[in-house]
Design a protein around this ligand. Structure first.
Ligand SMILES: C[S@@+](CC[C@H](N)C(=O)[O-])C[C@H]1O[C@@H](n2cnc3c(N)ncnc32)[C@H](O)[C@@H]1O
Length: 305
């Protein structure tokens, strides 16, 4: 909820800052007017978004909260230049311009976080991310990939040539593609995601690179894999989306080979809640932690037969 309040504050600060700039002789009246309209519209959209937070309807308020600052970003210089002319804008308008643009960008970033919060709150399947949400998510995942070295993470958790890995909630394939290279021709990567656009993106990438060892699965629950068929079940930044974690753990336990590992990160979850979700039914025992990734072994006593 703090994000929503912060978003409204940012929206209201814009006309206030612009008014201060105007009084100090560096702002412009057009921009104050525009900022007031944007401030009011974005506050109303955030109030709508707060109402949507607990419900199940379409997230119109969230979309408006993201769109309003996005539209404002190019409009701010247009308002300033049309009022004072380009030369005055360059000479005296840069400070207010940069300040207000900074606020608008910050508001947009907060709106993305509001969306993220909504998705976590609503959980699996209830809010199928529309195309634009997917574009934002895939861009974030691709930027994040530049900082985390997915191949190194996969090697650290022990993924080897010839193994089978289930990349559960594979997103746009940040871990799928390096997994494919590590397991090689004798191994297999099952890339599973609930979102059709994720699966489409991976299939395109796999086709382009000619990776014959990647098999995609479009599913939000059932892995449709045979018993004891994978060496590694891998969930990176995914568990927070899953509501029925008990059911999923049973599936993971079923598809893992006896010496296989379930590897998962605790992103956006309390670590105790995370460990409890995985070990609750006594299906998995913690083994170790490699960086952000916790490894678990399937408890053999829980295996049928
Ligand atoms: C934050 S992304 C992480 C993607 C990928 N693991 C990575 O780290 O690059 C979370 C992914 O989980 C997927 N997801 C959410 N709920 C799911 C579910 N119930 N079953 C399968 N995938 C799910 C989303 O569609 C999204 O692609």
């Amino acid at each position: 909820m703090k994000k929503y309040v912060f978003y409204i504050l940012l929206g209201l600060l814009c006309p206030a800052v612009m008014a201060v700039c105007y009084v100090s002789g560096v702002g412009c009246i057009n921009a104050i007017g525009l900022e007031m309209v944007i401030g009011i519209l974005s506050s109303v959209s955030a109030l709508l978004a707060i109402k949507e937070y607990g419900g199940t309807g379409k997230p119109i308020g969230h979309w408006l909260s993201a769109l309003i600052p996005l539209i404002a970003i190019p409009l701010i210089p247009v308002a300033m230049i049309s009022h004072s002319g380009f030369e005055v804008f360059l000479a005296r308008g840069r400070a207010p311009f940069l300040t207000i643009e900074g606020f608008a960008i910050a508001q947009f970033v907060v709106s993305v976080l509001m969306f993220r919060g909504l998705i976590f709150k609503r959980g699996e399947g209830r809010l199928m991310m529309p195309a634009i949400g997917f574009v934002i998510m895939s861009s974030v995942l691709r930027i994040r990939a530049k900082f985390i070295n997915p191949a190194k993470i996969l090697r650290e958790i022990g993924l080897q040539k010839g193994q089978a890995i289930l990349d559960y909630g594979c997103g746009v394939g940040v871990f799928t593609i390096p997994s494919s290279k590590i397991v090689g021709d004798d191994g297999v990567v099952y890339a599973l995601d609930i979102h059709p656009l994720c699966i489409k993106t991976i299939e395109k990438e796999v086709g382009k690179r000619g990776l014959a060892n990647v098999k995609t699965i479009l599913s939000g629950r059932d892995t449709v894999l045979p018993d004891e068929s994978v060496d590694v079940v891998f969930l990176y930044d995914v568990l927070q989306f899953i509501i029925d974690r008990g059911n999923l753990m049973e599936q993971f336990h079923r598809v893992l080979k006896p010496d296989g590992h379930l590897c998962a990160t605790a992103e956006h979850l309390d670590v105790d809640e995370f460990l409890n979700a995985i070990t609750k039914e006594n299906l998995f025992t913690p083994v170790d932690r490699k960086g952000k990734v916790f490894r678990f072994r399937a408890t053999s006593s829980s295996r049928p037969g």
